[in-house]
Design a protein around this ligand. Sequence first.
Ligand code: C2E
Ligand code: MG
Ligand code: MG
Ligand code: MG
Length: 280
Amino acid sequence: RSKDEGGGSHFAYEPQMHAHAEERRKLEFALRHALERDELELAYQPVVDAETEEVLSFEALMRWNSAEFGRVSPAKFIPIAEDTRLIVPIGEWALRRACDEAARWPSNIRVAVNVSAEQMLDANFASTVVSALASSGLAPERLELEVTESIFLRDGGAAQNTLNQIQTLGCGIALDDFGTGYSSLGYLRNNRFTTIKIDRSFVTGAAKDSPESLAIIRAVVAMCDALGMETTAEGVESERELERIRQLGCTKIQGFLFGRPMGALEASALLESRTERRIA
Ligand code: C2E
Ligand code: MG
Ligand code: MG
Ligand code: MG
């Protein structure tokens, strides 16, 4: 690192930027070996029916327990996996694992798997889904793939193609984190999403009586009802949030109030003892 690399005020920030890049490089290196070292796991978070509070599905969420760094948050390692395209093999592992585990649940319970843009734009993605379903024996209708609007930004045509293929298979498609990106209505016109997941920031806002959050959720729910799509409220943590979300008419709820992401064994146990529904 030489002095003439940066100039002026930029120079003052350099050590910090350098430390950040260094940490990222180390994490990236460790992540390259996470699969073979068996350091990845899936946690499952229940999604419940807004009216009956019955568990409908679980969202599979990746967990990395690194020998070197301990537990690393997905907020940190998923972006690294995306930038390096490591998300393609790691995401395939997650898809296969989730299908295998969900195949053992009662047949009315579905599983949702997050899919990054890099995976959607990979020409083999649909055949990977076919293969994961075939080898697990999971019915396609029990698998829902969660995508974000970012899939349309780089190569809308390719993303559209893959979405169509997946839909033809019979899998559900959820639009995740709705409201945080471009939220273009064109995406909703051109795609048959099964579920729109309303971002947690709106849920929080609604419970604080933010007129904007309330109006936006109300509008999204009305639109989804008209289009035959379900609405999941993300990140419901309190009774107050639950009450608001019910009033607003979201059809499904996910959040710490009904359950934190849990191990596969715990998820199975939850399904077996369905009398006690609130396990937060
Ligand atoms: P996401 O798909 O929007 O997942 C929901 C996130 O919100 C999860 O964070 C979950 O633990 C958290 N959450 C759920 N309920 C509550 C709540 O009541 N309060 C709060 N504060 N948070 C709640 P997590 O597991 O840290 O995952 C973060 C993000 O990482 C996910 O956001 C998703 O974008 C990404 N991700 C996780 N697993 C995978 C994966 O297997 N593949 C891909 N491509 N991305 C993944
Ligand atoms: Mg998700
Ligand atoms: Mg989300
Ligand atoms: Mg989110």
